[in-house]
Every structure is written in structure tokens, then in C-alpha cells.
Design a protein around this ligand. Sequence first.
Ligand code: G6P
Length: 614
Amino acid sequence: MCGIIGIVSREEDVVPRVVDGLKRLEYRGYDSVGVAVVSAGSLVVRKSAGKLADVVRKAGISRLSGGICIGHTRWATHGPPIDVNAHPHVDCSGSIAVVHNGVIRNFSSLREQLESRGHTIRSDTDTELIAHLLEEGLREGLSPLGSMARALSMVTGSYAIAVLFSSDPGRIYFARMHSPLILGLGEGSNAVASDVTALLDVARRVVPLNDGELGWISATEVALYRLGGNGELVPISPAELASRIKVIEWTPESASKAGYPHFMIKEIYEQPQALLETYNGSVEDPSLARSARLLVDARRVYVVGAGTSYHAGLVFSYMAATLARVPVYPVIASEHPYMGNAIGEGDVVIAVSQSGETYDTLEAVRDYKKRGARVIGVINVVYSALDRESDISLYTRAGPEIGVAATKTFLSQVMLLELLATFMAEHSGALTGSEALEYRRKLGKAPRITQDSIAASDPVARFLGERGSYKSVYVLGRGLGSSIAKEASLKLKEIAYMHAEAYPAGESKHGPIALVEKGFPVFMVATSDSPHISGNAMEMSARGAEVVVTKPADLSLEIPRGIKVIDLPPSQGFLPYEPFILTPFYQLLSYYSAVAKGYDPDKPRNLAKTVTVE
Ligand code: G6P
């Protein structure tokens, strides 16, 4: 999803720093790149569709210099990914440059109005309209800040913007509404960016902005305001600003490839560490016990998320039911609007989101709150919107995840949610205090088991991935295995562009089996709660399917000859280990399949890491 960065410095060194920041934003997914600098009093814009390294070279970005620069990675929403639609966008006079993440809803009417007032709109984007609105403000005699307030009170929708005015060459102006934006406070330079990752080389001290805030940064100063209902500017005091400063613990190294060919494989291999950090940071966190009480005493419990985070929610819903005997409704974030009427006082929702910025998840959370529900956030990025909007925040500690496909954040979410389920079980009385403690003690071994699983899975997944013959596959599971199968099939789709369909194995005979013919690949995610999956494996095999059963080594299944079995580390019958045992195999299979086909596993086509639009 679009990424923004702007840096203003006392030195003339910011263009390469902005390019580095854009590199760190690449993981969000993008199709075009651009920058604007003010050089010798005039605005210079360089932009194009394409990958960052290519655009930097072909658009001559590396030849630019200056002490103030804004940059952008675009993920197309309004208009195709072509040069003219790349950001920054400028006004008619070419003296105001705007980069934007978000969607302006009243785009069509604004465009009509601006054209009728004589503006020439060159692109298909909603962003360009902001530049023209700012131009009108200046023409009316307003200051740059006044013109920002005027323009923003005319637009509806979501935006994080950074703006350069050539008439005010020492300041970057910015504003935020429903799209993430963070200020970075450095030494002799200040910055603004879509996320903390982009700021790792620039600043350790950050201020996450709230909706409705705007202002400017210079190399040494910051001015922050709130936009009032009538477009008036309400200053935010330096004391309030200072109280909102957070110190970032992530390091630039944690966001680099550290010798691995891709972020995805690095992040798969980082899972044991991510799980250990998450376990250590959560097992005695009183917020888990507090959340558990809230959940057990709730009228109804929902878990909401998108993509992989939704799948972690499915694992949670299984664990809450089986371990704590608490029913949990899993909800896909974008589907929430169609079932919101059922929500009310006394309900609790767990919102799961790696980024804490996914639009659909945030919108669902806002609606739950409006209807009187309490919100528990499960978040990897601290100070993200979900972190700020949750009643209780629980943190996975996976570190920055750069690969677009979620890997280490998924298992970290599972770790945290399984721990939470043990606290719920204790509170509901399904487990005694000492039984729950024993569960948690055992979960402390999951990082080690994950490491063993990665080691066992890698050669087999590489062999199967490199064979490269899969186009269309089923991934079947029962019980806990059916949630893991969903995540496995998502990875195969996202990264290896394989048509992979997950189905509860028992349901597969009610339709999917019709497609099965000789050689059709069927993967089975066998978990110890559902040994009768072997019957489904036989049904598939009897129709000629090429069946591969993945299972913990100590799960004994009656499997006839001819069915391939991949034995992964044993689970000792402890079901909560099994997501950690089975998931890495499918992550690695997706990774090696993608690499064998020449795809970039870190930046799959059409996908974005953080989806900040509806
Ligand atoms: C995008 C990403 C997925 C991710 C989903 C939810 O689709 O490509 O990898 O699972 O968003 O993201 P979140 O940050 O809310 O976990």
C-alpha cells in the first residue's frame, strides 16, 4: 500500500536518505515511485511507474540534491500504474507537490469543481486534486498552513499527506486522517513517514499522529495542530507533543536481509526467536489475565482480522472452544459491516493485525466500539492505530516483518492467542490453575519445536517446491488442521501464484472431490485431534489424487501405501504445538515454489503488506 516519507535537514543530504526510506517502504507493495525536492527555490519532481531501483536510475533521482525532500511508493487505487499517476502530484503552477496515502471519497465532485474553476488535472488520481486545492488557498492569500486547513476541510475520505511548497522551502507540511503517519524527530533533521520501519535510519524518537492532525516540520522545529469542525486550527502545545514522544526499539539491522536472499526466508527462519520474544513478553503480562477475564465474562466474543491475521483468529476460536469452552465467532474484517447489527453492550472483540493499520480491521473495530463492545488488540506494530484504539493491547514481539506474506507474525499471533486461551481456561474453570500453568510451561518449548520443524521441513519443501509441477492443489485438514490448511493455501496462492484451495477434509466429499483425477495434488494437514483424516486421504487416493500427508511424527494414522507421508517433529499429543509443527512446511513450500518459478517472494504481484484502503 502507498508509502510516504519526507525528510528535512540542516544538511543538503536528504535525497539518498529519502531513497533509503522508500526502500524500507517497498515491503508495503507498490507499482510506482517518485520524489520531490526544493532546489534553488524551485520544485523538482521525478517519478515513474516501476521498481524503486529502476526509477531512481532512469528518472535521475540519484543526481538530485537538497535539504528537503518528499518521496512516495504508489499502490494504484485511482487510475492505472502509469508514470503520470505516480506521486508526487503538483498544482497548475508546479510549485506545490503532494504525496498521499489513502482515498479521497468526494473525488469526482471535487474534480468537476476544480476543472470548472479552470484547473488542468493531468492525472487520474485523487491526490492531484489536493495540490490544486492548496493552490487555490495560496491564491486567496492564505499561508501554506491556512491553505492546508482549507483544502482538508473540503475533502472527505482517508489521507496521510506530505506537501512541499516552493514558496516555503524549509518546511514539510503534513496531515493525517484514517491513514497512518508518524513524525520522526532526529538530530538536525526531522521526518514524516507512513511507518516506523521507514524511519529507522532517521530517528529513534517518534510521534504517531492522530486523525485530524496537521502541521509542519523544519530541520529543527515541529508545529502540530488539530483541525476543528469549521476548518479552524487548534494548536497542540509543545508539552502535549513532548508527552507523546515514543522511543523505537527496532534497529535498522532488524529490518535488513542479514545475508538471506529474501526477507521471507529470513523471517521464516526467525520464527523461533520471534516466538521466544512473544512468549517471554506475554506469559507474565497481566494484560493477558485481564483480557481473559473480560473474554470469559463477555456476552459474546468475536475475533476479527484480515488475511493471515484472520487465520490466527481461526486458531484462537478453536483453542478458546476446546481449551476454555468459550465460543468465539471468527469474522473476516471486510465482512463485518454485513453482520454488525448483532453486536452490543457486553460483547468483546479481539482484533488481530500485524500492522495495526489494516483499513477493514480498523473500520470493524470502530463499529464494534460504537455499538458498545470492548476491544482487545493483538498487534505487532506498537503505536499503530489499532494499538491506540484498543481498550487493551497485547503485543506480539516478532520485530519488523518486511516480506509481504506474513510468516513470523502469524506464528507469533498463534503463540499469544494460545497463551490467552490458557488464561481463559483458567478463568472459566475448564482448567485448574496448575493445569493452565502447565500448559503455559509447555508452550515455552514451542520456539524450539518450531526450529526443529523448520530444519525438518526445509529439504522436503525445497525438493517439492523445486519440482515445480503444481498448478492447482487442495489443502485439506480437520479440526485445528483446517485452520492451518487455510493459512497454508493462502501462502501458496500469494507467493507461488498457485491455485490452492483449503477445505475441511470431511467436507471435501461434498463437492471438491469432483475435480480429483489422476495426479491431482492433495496436501493433508493432519493434526492429532482428527486421526480420521486418514479416511479422507484414502478417498482422495482412490480417485487417483497424488496425496501428501503432513503430520507430527508421533501421530499414528492408518495410511495405505502410495500415499506420501511427511513426518515432522513429534507433538507428544500436545495439540497447541501443532500449528508450530505444521505451518513452517507450507511457508517453505510456498517460498521454494516461488523462487523456482522466478517469482519475487518478498513482493508478490498485486499484493500489499499493509492494506490501508477499503
Ligand atoms: C495484507 C497482507 C497479508 C496480511 C493482511 C492483514 O493482505 O498482504 O499478509 O495478512 O494484509 O494484515 P494485518 O497487518 O492486519 O495483519
